[in-house]
Design a protein around this ligand. Structure first.
Ligand code: FNR
Length: 354
């Protein structure tokens, strides 16, 4: 019995399998609006058999975009083009999810093929403290309490728009050095008020955002949080704090922690290799008693199956492997001896060896 193809009930939604599309920026939107690229890209991944299709980071505020070409949900006009996409994903039997994000002091970089990770030039970032991401980056504006309340409200309003657009899963992006992670990490957060210092204070903004989103996200729909479980830098955010935070997120109505890492310190030494972040998912699942997602260089069906069979995670998220092969889930089903849910118009292609 394949674990990978065992349905995953989360609140009132059942993912048809344990394979999720990890959020991936496409740098292909104008004014935050989804277009044909996003429909074909995300729609193709749904056709390919992923159970959960998560969008790229969608900005909750225009100035919170990672790049000017990100998707956004800061205004109502952005709902309708996304609704077209969620309808298509659902028609394929997959579950559409959206990642809600604010890039903070890392706002405003460009598409990789135009020179990503260059200091932003377009607009000043907001951050917990006036500490730049790296040499050559502008000093961000430290948010005051009114600004912080505005961030919480932006996430809440974007969640409502996501609901209207037909998404069934929302993921709050609190990883990869973006705004919510900036509040968590002592490397970016030097505040001395109730949003800085202790873990309780540094996690306050994320907890407020989770609470505000949960308040408008219907009780039958799942809410996920993506964490960078460690900054991979001494003195930075680390896995022990991630476990403690995960314990706080469950009671706020968060259903699953998506366990990534890094993105806070530009020169962190990260031991990248197959499944290199799986241990974080395993530890949080075991010690915080919350469902987890494992991500990062998961590329093989047997590897994915083992992660689930060993109880290290409840869900696997794949990124680059799905760019290489959007039909990876269908091929994985064949390899694992499961009847693959090929779309009917593709059925004749399904009988060839894989
Ligand atoms: C990403 N990643 C990413 N993560 C995230 O939380 N939000 C995002 O919008 C993006 N954008 C993005 C774009 C592209 C082109 C890539 C390749 C990656 C990270 C991604 O979700 C995933 O965590 C990593 O790529 C590691 O998983 P894989 O690719 O090894 O399966």
């Amino acid at each position: 019995m394949s674990r990978l193809f065992t349905p995953f009930p989360l609140r009132g939604v059942t993912l048809p399998n344990r394979i999720a599309v990890s959020p991936m920026c496409q740098y292909s939107a104008a004014e935050g609006l989804a277009n044909d690229w996003h429909l074909v890209h995300l729609g193709g991944l749904a056709q390919g058999g992923a159970g959960l299709v998560l969008t790229e980071a969608a900005a909750v505020a225009a100035e919170g975009r990672i790049s000017a070409e990100d998707l956004g949900l800061w205004e109502d006009a952005q709902i309708e083009p996304l609704a077209r996409i969620t309808a298509f994903i659902r028609a394929q039997g997959a579950v559409p999810g959206i990642q809600l994000a604010h890039a903070g002091r890392k706002s405003g970089s460009g598409a990789p093929w135009k020179g990503n990770n260059v200091p932003p030039a377009s607009w000043p970032g907001a951050a917990p403290s006036a500490v730049p991401f790296d040499e050559g980056w502008p000093t961000p504006l430290a948010l005051d309490e009114t600004g912080i309340a505005g961030i919480v409200e932006a996430f809440r309003a974007a969640a409502l728009r996501a609901l209207e657009a037909g998404f069934q899963v929302a993921e709050i992006h609190a990883a990869h050095g973006y705004l919510l992670h900036q509040f968590l990490s002592p490397l970016a957060n030097r505040r001395q008020d109730r949003y800085g210092g202790s873990l309780e204070n540094r996690s306050r903004l994320l907890r407020e955002v989770a609470g505000a989103v949960r308040a408008v996200w219907p009780a039958h729909l799942p809410l996920l949080v993506r964490l960078s479980c460690t900054d991979w830098v001494p003195g930075g955010w680390e896995i022990g704090e991630s476990v403690d935070l995960a314990r706080m997120l469950g009671p706020l109505g968060v259903d699953l922690v998506d366990c990534s890492s890094g993105g806070m310190a530009p020169r962190a030494a990260i031991p990248v290799g197959p499944g290199y972040q799986v241990d974080f998912a395993a530890r949080i699942r075991r010690e915080a008693g919350i469902a987890t997602g494992a991500v990062g260089l998961i590329t093989g069906p047997a590897q994915a199956e083992e992660i689930l069979a060993r109880g290290e995670a409840d869900l696997v998220l794949l990124g680059r492997e799905l760019l290489r092969d959007p039909r990876w889930p269908l091929r994985a089903a064949h390899k694992l001896g499961v009847a693959a849910p090929w779309p009917a118009p593709y059925a004749r292609g399904s009988r060839e060896p894989v």
